[in-house]
Design a binder for this molecule. Sequence first.
Ligand SMILES: Nc1ncnc2c1ncn2[C@@H]1O[C@H](COP(=O)(O)OP(=O)(O)OP(=O)(O)O)[C@@H](O)[C@H]1O
Ligand SMILES: [Mg+2]
Length: 238
Amino acid sequence: MTSGPIIDARDVDYSLQIAGRPLHILRKVSLRVQPAEVVAIVGPSGSGKTSLLMLLAGLEKATGGTVNVNGSNLNAMNEDELARFRRHTLGIVFQSFHLIPSLTALDNVGLALEIAEPDLSMAAIREKAAAALAAVGLGDRLDHRPTALSGGEQQRVGLARATVANLPLLLADEPTGNLDQKTGAIVVNLMFDLARRNNTAVVLITHDPALAARADRVYTMTQGQFTETTSKIASVES
Ligand SMILES: Nc1ncnc2c1ncn2[C@@H]1O[C@H](COP(=O)(O)OP(=O)(O)OP(=O)(O)O)[C@@H](O)[C@H]1O
Ligand SMILES: [Mg+2]
């Protein structure tokens, strides 16, 4: 971890060639996030929110500008370096939970920890994975496979998996999108609690204005362009 911002993305462009024509998905997007800060991104469907998250995770490459995360310039990294960067830097929570169906809750979380910290013993992995599941209220569901868990429980496993290695950044793409309001609120409260406890920075994509309002700062994505729409200072002044 470095002392600077955890995310420093500048003038990021992202375009793809579709049927021989360029499709501009992101245009000159800049985003700076400090360690332990919570930033929300809102905006219409198709505006580029998930695309930005993929660039921040090093899962896609920007076609212009610079993406620095945790002091690393992602544009300059090859696939192996990006994989290593991901393992040691960030967890991701997706809208659809993306758990491995054949593995129990404990092993889904344990696998993520093993990937982040390959030197840990199996006993330590199981102990920490069980603690991460207990922290999201699933201490009594360790041996359940995803099909034997409710949606909210699956998302809590997803959250435990994304936070078990205590990494400095959590990226969440509509983590409550598939949950009813009450269950979504439980998951989100857990996410904020875990992040605060671990000093984890969070970038949260959401369509829920009430959820976005709980972030330190909110950005709106509109047709690939990014504007900061609220800040604590602006809301105090208005
Ligand atoms: N691999 C791809 N090939 C072609 N077009 C793509 C690809 N990925 C994204 N797009 C397009 O880029 C635009 C932005 O997509 P993105 O998934 O980032 O939107 P979003 O803001 O996350 O939307 P939603 O709120 O619906 O999840 C969309 O118009 C989408 O169709
Ligand atoms: Mg999306």
